[in-house]
Design a protein around this ligand. Structure first.
Ligand SMILES: [Zn+2]
Length: 160
């Protein structure tokens, strides 16, 4: 088998009057993430990890924010497209592990639903999502934004 690993990292700024959507789950909070799409920073990091593993660039290349098609779009829809792109290239996803870095709100009550959303789209059970704060340090600790990291392993049968 031909295994590839991929890494994704994304940041969005917190702003008033925006919904907070993480892993496709709308989370009640006083601020939300700003961005061209729904600004789902977790799903964006996962997509970048998958595209990176497949050697297919990043989400900016596939879904440019200059395009009105992607304005306010659910990032889960974009993730389905990424899943199709990866599959077309002959890859299957082995697992995804991701970490959300947010000072607040408390995300543990929503993790299971986020994992289910991602799991349904990628059609694998091995999705692990974690959340951490940065102890009040930096832009995440100062509640200016939320960051997400993701790693993934994908594989296909090697042609010999
Ligand atoms: Zn993003």
């Amino acid at each position: 088998m031909n295994f590839r690993i991929g890494h994704g990292y994304d940041v969005h700024r917190l702003a008033c009057g925006r919904k907070l959507i993480l892993g496709g789950v709308e989370i009640p909070h006083t601020t939300g993430l700003s961005g061209h799409s729904d600004a789902d920073v977790l799903t964006h990091a996962i997509m970048d990890a998958l595209l990176g593993a497949a050697g297919l660039g990043d989400i900016g290349k596939h879904f440019p924010d200059s395009s009105d098609v992607f304005k306010d779009i659910s990032s889960l829809k974009l993730l389905s497209q990424v899943a199709k792109i990866i599959k077309k290239d002959g890859f299957i996803v082995v697992n995804v592990d991701a970490t959300i870095v947010a000072q607040e709100p408390k995300l543990s009550p929503f993790i299971y639903e986020m994992q289910s959303n991602i799991s349904n789209i990628l059609e694998i059970k091995a999705i692990n999502i974690k959340a951490t704060t940065e102890e009040g340090l930096g832009f995440t600790g100062g509640k200016e934004g939320i960051a997400a990291h993701a790693v993934t392993l994908i594989c296909k049968e090697s042609q010999s």
